[in-house]
Design a protein around this ligand. Sequence first.
Ligand SMILES: C[S@@+](CC[C@H](N)C(=O)[O-])C[C@H]1O[C@@H](n2cnc3c(N)ncnc32)[C@H](O)[C@@H]1O
Length: 238
Amino acid sequence: MLDVGCGAGQTTRLAARAAGNGSVLGLDLSGPMLDRARTLAAGEGLHRITFEQVDAQVHPLPTAGFDVAISRFGIMFFDDPAAAFGNIGRALRPGGRIAFVSMSDPARTEWVQAFAAVRAALPLPPQADGTPAGRGMFSLSDPAEIRRILGAAAFTDVRIEPAEAPGRFGRDVQDAAEHLLASGPLRHLTGLLDPAATDGRAGADLVRDALTTALAPYERPTGVELRTAAWVVTATRP
Ligand SMILES: C[S@@+](CC[C@H](N)C(=O)[O-])C[C@H]1O[C@@H](n2cnc3c(N)ncnc32)[C@H](O)[C@@H]1O
């Protein structure tokens, strides 16, 4: 099995357990995420699992070397999605399958709405996003686009099903705000703040306050829970 954009390898480890005597290769761009993935896999005694720090779009994979490719939100960031899915498709044996989840409707994804509220509350320079059009996490949110890209990569029997689930972001609002403040997207946002526009306050304090306000509606007795809406996509390599 192949896990594309495996991050810290949670799905890679699940795949290794499901694979029995089979083996799993996890691919990711991030060295620190893969260090964590290797540590966790070794800690769970999973030895038929390897990780490589590569760009899945262009990395030469063994032709027809895998039965199944999976990805949990790791296939939405390619410069050239058609090339990337072509590369993954060539790595699957005839009859091999791909199954992945990609972001669907931002309006139904509560953490996207909360992040938008945080951005709106901050004195950010105009157009301070930095994500080129079409390359963000919603690049595969349109089912017609998913079908077009998978079709161009010669996949067939494409099925696209909606799914929604809550994610737990912290024990309470303060815990969730600290967790998010340390994440890549929020550190990026903090770095965009111009000290001249923050009335002498530290950027991190402004972002923490904005996060606390934006997350408050999502606090439950079980923790801070925000829903994600996704597509579950499956297809076959003929
Ligand atoms: C949203 S995270 C998902 C991580 C993991 N699949 C999970 O569910 O926890 C997206 C991951 O895709 C990786 N990624 C993005 N573009 C990639 C590429 N071209 N090749 C390999 N990995 C990539 C990122 O480094 C990141 O770890």
